[in-house]
Design a protein around this ligand. Structure first.
Ligand code: ATP
Length: 233
């Protein structure tokens, strides 16, 4: 059964909900701060983190067991009433699952406006996403800035999508504007960097919540023996 706690009993009326998909292997402060700033600036009533089972664009890459990735996100957001976690992609949808299906899943169950949060690196690949045109009809896409990307932080919207693009949140109520850029505090941290630091026995403190760091330690994640390509025996 999906584990998302929506509507959260502590928030009676949800109107604007953010979906933040990712592999979260592991979740870190870059994700959490971007979600927090998006929640405050848009504003959103709730941000639902949706760990991916087998991201279409990361197939064949090493990936921790979904159970661990889900648990790390649970721990990271446990103390925030505005953040929740859904295991819909891990437990329910076919794999690989696509964002458009996840969005449909939520819209069929919640009467809300959905805002799909993603980093600039993900947005740069949007034209490779399954049914991205339909995705943009179903929800708005909010692109958070991310430091350290190749080509710098330049936001280039594919020409075909330019009419849908706005750099001003004042256009949020314009039904024709579907893509927004949201400058957020830059944390030059990535899950890749954390994994390689953990593997090398280097400190990962202050790059991610302490609860997540402890979980990594307790479960021996990212040591070569505990980290294998998903789907391998
Ligand atoms: P990896 O290094 O394994 O590729 P990642 O750090 O990019 O992982 P993901 O789980 O793949 O993390 O990212 C989920 C989403 O969060 C993506 O849309 C990504 O662009 C965004 N994101 C990740 N890190 C940051 C960051 N430091 N600042 C802003 N957005 C981020």
């Amino acid at each position: 059964m999906p584990k998302f706690r929506i509507p959260d009993p502590r928030i009676p009326k949800l109107k604007r909900v953010g979906l933040f998909g990712g592999t979260f292997d592991p979740i870190h402060y870059g994700h959490l701060r971007a979600a927090e700033e998006a929640r405050l600036l848009l504003p959103l009533d709730q941000v639902i983190f949706v760990p991916a089972a087998l991201p279409p664009h990361k197939q064949g890459e090493p990936l921790s067991d979904p159970r661990h990735r889900l648990e790390m996100v649970e721990r990271a957001v446990a103390d925030n009433v505005y953040f929740s976690v859904s295991d819909v992609e891990i437990a329910c949808l076919e794999k690989p699952s696509y964002t458009v299906q996840t969005v449909e899943y939520f819209l069929s169950r919640l009467s809300v406006e959905l805002y799909c949060l993603m980093g600039l690196d993900s947005f740069r690949e949007i034209e490779t996403w399954k049914e991205y045109r339909r995705l943009l009809e179903l929800c708005r896409v909010v692109v958070v800035t991310r430091p350290g990307l190749p080509g710098g932080g330049r936001v280039s919207c594919p020409p075909k999508l330019k009419p849908l693009f706005s750099s001003s949140l004042r256009d949020l109520d314009d039904p024709g504007k579907r893509i927004f850029i949201l400058p957020v505090t830059g944390f030059e941290v990535s899950s890749t960097q954390i994994r390689s630091r953990a593997r090398a026995g280097q400190s990962i403190r202050y790059l991610l919540p302490q609860e997540v760091e402890e979980y990594i330690e307790e479960n021996g994640l990212y040591k070569s023996s505990g980290f294998k390509v998903q789907g391998s025996k």
